[in-house]
Ligand binder design. Structure first.
Ligand code: ADP
Length: 375
């Protein structure tokens, strides 16, 4: 900041008026005399006295450090000292104490005052009580940390639970299979039916556990973003969906897709889930068609997966991205309700957003997600 050298100026107000104005303002102001040892306060206005609870006689002649306490940050004090030593403007948010011992956060700006010869004569300090703001920021920071910690714990829990459930589930499934094979024809009709239900339940639980594990792995795997051609990744996704595509007779097309820094396996999974859903939620009276395209928008790409299926009514557009959220029964359409939650996490991890557009009138749905050009 440039030095403001005071020189006689033509002014439309006289000195007493200027003086009265400084006394009247609600901004708290002090002036120190830097030519005297220890830079003592030589003036303070009424607002300063109101803010600190001190009387003029307590303040004049003292260095402003009398407002500091044991827990005032040394870093802020050093910043102030540095500014004063270098004869520069300095701004710090510092913990100060009122006369009654009450702490307050002071947004303090100290500015050097120079005479006509450019010699430092004083400092003028302006203070603002920002206790409410600092307290709010501290609370916000604390809740963010709490949220991060509980999210992490939840992720670890989901991972551990789904991982550890796999083994006993595999055991239940394989023994049920064994009973089925070994005792088929030896049980009565009810027995056969009950074992069928149990095997069905176990395999459904395996799908749920696997999907939950995939979901928790999205975050727990190490980040390694590499430039990848989305066209090649879509080819991989289509190869994984080969059976679904041929059985349904779906026509999947695409426009030109960009090369972007992404986690390869996750984007394959994302495209596979979205294209898989586009085919699964088809109308029985139509050949399912799916078109994938990309459009560049400031610093990112918007990728769209458009289908001509049953569509989704607008009131469900937010809900479907939650874990276990489904709009249909398993007998209508199979699934666990985790697929879109996985998509949402993958996109979030890449710094993008995901949403759906659909009128819900049976005229299809378009899932859209953004991917930043830079990770
Ligand atoms: P799942 O398919 O296993 O049920 P998802 O999380 O992939 O789980 O999808 C959640 C719900 O969103 C589905 O149950 C379905 O109702 C709806 N949905 C997803 N994709 C489509 C789509 N392309 N068209 C219509 N509905 C869809």
């Amino acid at each position: 900041m440039d030095r403001v050298i005071s020189k006689p100026r033509s002014t439309t107000i006289n000195m007493p008026t200027l003086w009265n104005a400084i006394e009247a303002t609600r901004s708290s102001i002090i002036v120190t005399d830097s030519r005297q040892p220890d830079n003592p306060i030589v003036y303070c206005n009424q607002a300063f006295l109101d803010l600190t609870g001190y009387g003029r006689e307590d303040v004049i002649g003292r260095n402003c450090r009398f407002m500091q306490g044991k827990d005032t940050s040394q870093q802020s004090i050093n910043k102030l000292r540095n500014g004063v030593a270098k004869q520069q403007h300095v701004r710090v948010t510092i913990k100060n104490y009122r006369k009654d011992g009450q702490p307050f956060w002071n947004d303090l700006i100290m500015s050097p005052v120079f005479d006509e010869e450019g010699v430092l004569t004083n400092f003028v300090g302006q203070q603002l009580d920002v206790t409410d703001r600092v307290t709010y920021e501290e609370q916000l920071r604390k809740s963010q940390q709490d949220l991060l910690r509980s999210n992490k714990e939840l992720e670890q829990f989901t991972y551990a639970a789904s991982h550890d459930l796999q083994e006993p589930l595999r055991m239940v499934s394989s023994y049920l299979q064994l009973i089925k094979e070994r005792y088929s024809g030896k049980l009565d009709e009810d027995g056969e039916t009950f074992i069928g239900f149990a095997a069905d339940g176990a395999s459904r639980m395996q799908s749920l556990v696997n999907d939950l594990l995939t979901l928790s792995r999205v975050r727990t795997t190490a980040r390694s973003f590499k430039p990848e051609s989305l066209e090649a990744l879509m080819d991989d996704a289509l190869a994984n969906l080969q059976t679904t595509i041929s059985e349904s007779g779906a026509k999947v097309t695409r426009g030109p897709l960009p090369k972007l820094p992404v986690e390869r396996t996750q984007i394959i999974q994302l495209l596979q889930n979205l294209i898989g859903n586009a085919i699964k939620y088809r109308r029985p009276d139509r050949t399912p068609t799916v078109h994938v395209s990309a459009a560049r928008k400031r610093g990112k790409y918007v990728i769209s997966v458009r289908d001509n299926g049953i569509g989704i009514e607008p009131q469900y557009h937010g809900r479907i991205f939650g874990v276990f959220q489904r709009l249909h029964t398993r007998s209508e359409y199979p699934g666990t309700g985790v697929g879109l939650a996985i998509c949402s996490k993958i996109v979030e991890r890449h710094g993008g957003e995901i949403w759906v557009e659909s009128e819900g009138d049976g005229e299809g749905a378009t899932f859209m997600f953004t991917l930043p050009v830079r990770p």
